[in-house]
Structure formats: structure tokens, C-alpha cells
Design a protein. Structure first.
Length: 104
């Protein structure tokens, strides 16, 4: 296949300035129906009783599975380069970003 044909098959992605800075999230809530996976990315701050959802992503099940595989591949690459990612309290299903009952 020629280089010209390869360029035709490449997907170009536009990243608008207002999206490029991103949103910090330290908590995610994942729900699903028979047709969709919904991931709410939230920010939990110490001393505040509510987590504010900053972004919601809705995926088809096939795309959710592709995302899972891509995350796993990238975690393996990251750990190969920077070392193991340590997760405190592995027994818990979720990780609280701040200790429960912490007062500031």
C-alpha cells in the first residue's frame, strides 16, 4: 500500500482549546444498561459533602470493552516505564480519594 493510501485511512482528531486543558477527576461512577455504559467523572474535595460530576461519557458496550483493553495496555506500558502503580487498601472495591472523616 502506498503512503498516499495510508494517509487517506488515518483519522484526524480535532482538540478544541476549551477541551484541551481537560478536567481533573479523582472519582468515577460507572453504570450500564443493555445498550450503553455511562461513566461519570467527578471531583471529590476534602470537607465538601458532594462530589461534583465534571464530565459524562456514554459508550456502546463494544467501545467500553475496547476502552478497557486500551487502558490495560497503557497501564502495562506505564508500569514498565515508571514502576508498579500502588493501590492502597486493595480489599475495597472503590478508592476514597481522601480518608473518611478527614477534617481540614
Amino acid at each position: 500500500m502506498s503512503e498516499n493510501n495510508n494517509n487517506k485511512n488515518q483519522l484526524q482528531i480535532e482538540l478544541p482549546q476549551e477541551v484541551a486543558q481537560g478536567e481533573y477527576a479523582n472519582f468515577a461512577i460507572i453504570t450500564h444498561s443493555s445498550s450503553d455504559f455511562i461513566i461519570d467523572f467527578a471531583r471529590v474535595l476534602p470537607g465538601l459533602p458532594k462530589a461534583q460530576v465534571k464530565s459524562r461519557v456514554i459508550l456502546a458496550p463494544e467501545h467500553a470493552k475496547r476502552l478497557l483493553a486500551a487502558l490495560q495496555e497503557n497501564i502495562v506500558r506505564y508500569e514498565h516505564e515508571f514502576g508498579a502503580i500502588k493501590i492502597p487498601n486493595k480489599e475495597s472495591r472503590t478508592i476514597a480519594p481522601f480518608p473518611v472523616g478527614q477534617e481540614n
